[in-house]
Design a protein around this ligand. Structure first.
Ligand code: MF3
Ligand code: CO
Length: 255
């Protein structure tokens, strides 16, 4: 398929889809409270997206059954909302995207439910920081592997492990376009500093580091969706959709 370069008009439409994604995600993260179920977040996502005339993009994607992913504690990604009750001290990753006027937005944040441990706070800060490090590295003329290396170096310098088997991705009319954007130089894709496609203005990427407190290793639940840490340690996930511009990347999923 190859990497699709977007025109200024297409970027303008991406901006709209991504702004809606960010607004809904903001409502969702603010709604996280101990005592609520993860299904309640699904209801909020559906209702808020509707207000903007946007369609949640995950539902039905490869058979995914919900409007968003809610991954708690050792769940890394693709937690399916349901009867689970969020408890004081949990960390809650919310991943949400919409399609609007034919374009996609995709973003994720991990937030504390009430008061969380110092270790958990450090994980959240480090994962947010790793995403920022990736965004800073995503400049025209850089190689994709420079983004991977920037994310990994930031994460490992603060003692967190980087999930290797799941990646960020190109995004546009499709949620998943080329290229895959690994967060680890030890992924099977073999990207590292100075390696990979050269970034160009008009590329739109979803960067999404997933970091664990313990080991990088994962396991898949019987539901064939939910990915969790193999060792049961906490995991966090931050994602933004960005556009490569002439200078610093534009974060499309900011409000
Ligand atoms: N942000 C996730 C991703 O980039 C969301 C996909 S969940 C799915 O892959 F259910 F839609 F697959
Ligand atoms: Co994504």
């Amino acid at each position: 398929m190859g990497i699709i370069i977007k025109s200024d008009e297409e970027i303008a439409l991406m901006r709209e889809a991504c702004r809606i994604t960010a607004r809904v995600l903001n409502v969702l993260t603010a709604a996280v409270k101990p005592g609520m179920t993860t299904a309640e977040l699904d209801e909020i996502a559906e209702r808020e997206a509707k207000l903007y005339g946007a369609k949640p993009s995950f539902k039905g994607y490869r058979g995914y059954p919900a409007n968003l992913c809610v991954s708690v504690n050792d769940e890394i990604v693709h937690g399916i909302p349901g009867k689970r009750i969020i408890k004081e001290g949990d960390i809650v990753s919310i991943d949400f995207g919409v399609v609007y006027k034919g374009f996609q937005g995709d973003s994720a944040r991990t937030v504390p439910a009430g008061v969380v441990s110092e270790k958990a706070k450090c994980l959240l800060e480090t994962t947010a920081g790793a995403l920022q490090a990736g965004i800073k590295a995503a400049r025209p003329g850089a190689r994709l592997g420079d983004v991977t290396a920037a994310i990994e170096e930031y994460a490992e310098s603060r003692g967190c492990a980087v999930v290797r088997e799941y990646t960020g991705h190109g995004i546009g009319r499709q949620m998943h376009e080329d290229p895959q954007v690994p967060n680890s130089t030890r992924s099977v894709l073999g990207l590292s500093r100075g390696v990979g496609p050269v970034l160009k203005k008009g590329m739109t990427l979803a960067l999404e580091p997933m970091l664990n407190i313990g080991s990088w290793e994962t396991k898949l639940d019987d539901n064939m969706w939910t990915v969790r840490t193999r060792d049961g340690s906490l995991s966090a996930h931050f994602e933004d959709t960005i556009a490569i511009t002439e200078g610093e990347a534009e974060v499309l999923t900011s409000i």
